[in-house]
Design a protein around this ligand. Sequence first.
Ligand code: ATP
Length: 415
Amino acid sequence: MSSVSLASVSLAYPGGHLGLADVDLRVGDGEFVALIGPSGSGKTTLLRTVAGFVRPTAGSVRVGDAVVADADRWVEPERRGLGMVFQQHAVWPHWSVGRNIEYPLRRSGVRRAERARRVSEALELVGLAGTERRNPATLSGGQRQRVAIARAIVARPRVLLLDEALSALDEPLRDRLRLELRLLTRELGLTVLHVTHDRSEALALADRVVVLDGGRVQQQGAPAELLRRPASAFVAGFIADATVIEGALDASGFRAHRPALRVAADRIERGPETGAAAAGAAGGAASPGWASPAPGSPVELAVLPEHVRVVPDSEGPAAVASSLFGRDGDDLVVDWNGLRLRSRGRGIRCAAGTRVRVEIERAIAYPAASTGRRAAGAEEPDAHEPAAAAPPQSSRTRRGSGAAEAQPAPPMVSA
Ligand SMILES: Nc1ncnc2c1ncn2[C@@H]1O[C@H](COP(=O)(O)OP(=O)(O)OP(=O)(O)O)[C@@H](O)[C@H]1O
């Protein structure tokens, strides 16, 4: 067992594509870390950098105490002591299960009797004892993936790298294998780096989740910490399906013009990155968790689905645009005068088309600069927000990983 460390690692692909940009990351001995991020964010590149399939342009990679890649040193993938499981094509179809699993042992010259013993032990660990002679084609998808896991651990690697290892499997098999994988890696005390596009999987499995975007680490932390305190509007949108609304802070709270919306100051928390921007500036009385914002400070307000309360009301100003059944309550998208808000409340059941009232119970404000975009609300002076303004032309409201809405909307005030 061992740790993995990346120090100031950058990787530019030939042709100029940036794979990784100044990444610092440490996966502790026995820790399970999940890497998530949008498509093209650099997850696979990071894993391949650790595996040794690509060489960083700058920085260093260590496995345990040994430097395996830096400007002067390069250790071949097979000498790094790693096990890997990929999403597909993980098992050679023309070899028996046993032959597949013993392959890494053969390569390192382990004798026949010892190979047989270790293959049988690995199969036992993944719940496939006695299947050495089976043809992989006669196994289910889940069983084949277990064979791939057995092959990855048979040589007793120091670190296990998983690249979308469960993604090709159907639920509920994926769910079961997740649990088994977690138990197995704990039992063996393995250090694991797991790339997945599945946010729920990352949150369920990992001790620590690392969110990548544009080849950079945007945030890393325990799953609960990421959900509770996303470091930026991007992370809030990506990991927790937050609706992100661009606007400005003033003494009474948050104000957006497109669509027109106000959220009272006592419902707003400062995001971790707003501290420097907001602290010490003139403004109204400080609210809990939100000290003296600069009047007119452009911000992005992240509203988590759990904090949007929806109440059926035939006179309500909003309508349910879509409703997906969830075990504990429906997953709703509410159209509130052009603003598409995601809402997920326990016990809430609402069909599409239902008129509703909406209340934003809590929101997190981040400086607009945190994701490099301009706040729409900051474009307009306060005097331009009348009680019954002409419909604005557009909104740049984002939800989740980037959906945008652009609809006219009359002004409105949160409850
Ligand atoms: N072999 C390559 N040559 C050039 N550019 C590449 C190569 N592989 C990846 N890239 C670029 O590097 C960036 C990161 O890609 P990477 O595959 O690591 O992302 P990812 O987060 O794993 O994406 P996905 O979830 O879609 O698999 C992207 O901009 C991609 O286009």
